[in-house]
Structures are given as C-alpha cells and as structure tokens.
Ligand binder design. Sequence first.
Ligand SMILES: Cc1cc2nc3c(=O)[nH]c(=O)nc-3n(C[C@H](O)[C@H](O)[C@H](O)COP(=O)(O)O)c2cc1C
Length: 219
Amino acid sequence: MNEQIMSEQGPTSFLVFSASLRKDSINTLLAKLAAQIIEKNGGTVDYASMSEFDCPSFNQDLEVNDFYPPGASEFKERILANDAFIISSPEYNGSVPGLIKNAIDWVSRYRPQPFNERHSLLMSASPSMGGGNKALWSLRMPLEHLGSRVFPDMFSLAVAHKAFTPEGTLADEKLSMRFEQNLVAFMGLVEAAKHYPCIKKAWVEFLGEKTDMVTERVE
Ligand SMILES: Cc1cc2nc3c(=O)[nH]c(=O)nc-3n(C[C@H](O)[C@H](O)[C@H](O)COP(=O)(O)O)c2cc1C
C-alpha cells in the first residue's frame, strides 16, 4: 500500500477533523485514530480542530465587501490544501450538528466552490447503538449537493464511549480491522483520482437547470 500511495507527486494528503468542540469528544478520538491509520498506510495528515473552523451563524446580510469569518476562510484553505477530507461527526437529534452545517454553508459561498470534486469520507461515534449514523446521512446531503465525492462506505462507531482502549485504538479486533479497511479503500480511491482524474463533472444543482442570473450560485 505504501508504495502505491507514494508517487512522484508526493503522498496523498487528508484533512482530518472531528465536528465536535467538546474536550472529551469521542468523535475526536475516532478522528485521531483515523489520522494515525492514514499515516501508517503512507498518507499525509493535516489534522484540524473544529474550533479552527467554527463560524458565527450564517447571515446573508453579513456578506458585504467579500466578508467571510476567519473559521470559513481557514476551512476553505485547508480543504483546498489537501486531496481529500475526513469528518467524524456527532449525531444531534437524529441529524448533523448545526455547527458543521453552518461552517459548510459559509464555505459554500466561495467561488470557485471549494467542495466541488473534493473526495470526502464520513465517520461518526455515539454512545448509542446507531453510532450516530443518521448524522452522516444528513451530512452527506449538503456535501453531495456541493459536488463533493462522498465515499459510499461510512463508518459509525456504536457504544463508542466503551469502544476505545486507553491507547486510543478500537478494543474490538474485527471492528478495528474493518475501520482500517474502510480508510485504506478510501485512500486508494483518492490516490487513483489524483493521478487519473478521468471523471469530471459540472457542479449544478440539477443537470437540467437553466443558468441565468437567478441561478447564478451554481457553476
Ligand atoms: C443536543 C444533543 C443531541 C443528541 N442527539 C443524539 C442523537 O440523536 N443520537 C445519538 O446517537 N446521540 C445523540 N446525542 C449524544 C451524543 O452522541 C453524545 O453526546 C456524543 O458523545 C457527542 O459526540 P462527541 O463526544 O464527539 O462530542 C446527543 C447529544 C446532544 C448534546
């Protein structure tokens, strides 16, 4: 795998972060574990904290003189600086936490639109049996809408408060293997897309949509 990932253009780089601001976040534990596994398999990790990307509530009235909050500009720069991004998100009330959707909304206002054609992988961790999986379906929707290539396989860690060893690995050996396999499969796809960018698409909301001044937010 290492030899495959390394190339003339350097290793494939991944922005990895948890969409939780909480100090003892289980999603942060999962994001850190993902970062370790990516590095072990020859990728480069740009690890970020959600506090770097946190933004005030989106308000179109603030969009004066090219204003963007610092969190949005940081999020945009880090998306563009890497080949792909990985989010480990909590589930709040059967959906995605507002703060990550809010940050995505801010970043979506840049042109060219930064999420377009960027590969992404979604993960979640929750004390519940569902592992926070519903958050990922909610998170997939805006990202796909914005043209991100969201990896089909998502990883949701159930009973996550009891799932980690003191060293931060997954206690269940088979689950640990499945987690690594999911990450390595994603790495392979990002690597292939980086060197063989054969799938290009225009970012529009609906392919049949007319482009005029009213729909100018699409490209
Ligand atoms: C406002 C709120 C809503 C929540 N809703 C859900 C939920 O719908 N499903 C779920 O599995 N856990 C839910 N939880 C529990 C979170 O999964 C749990 O607090 C988790 O530890 C949050 O992730 P973090 O540790 O990464 O911050 C909720 C927690 C909060 C604070």
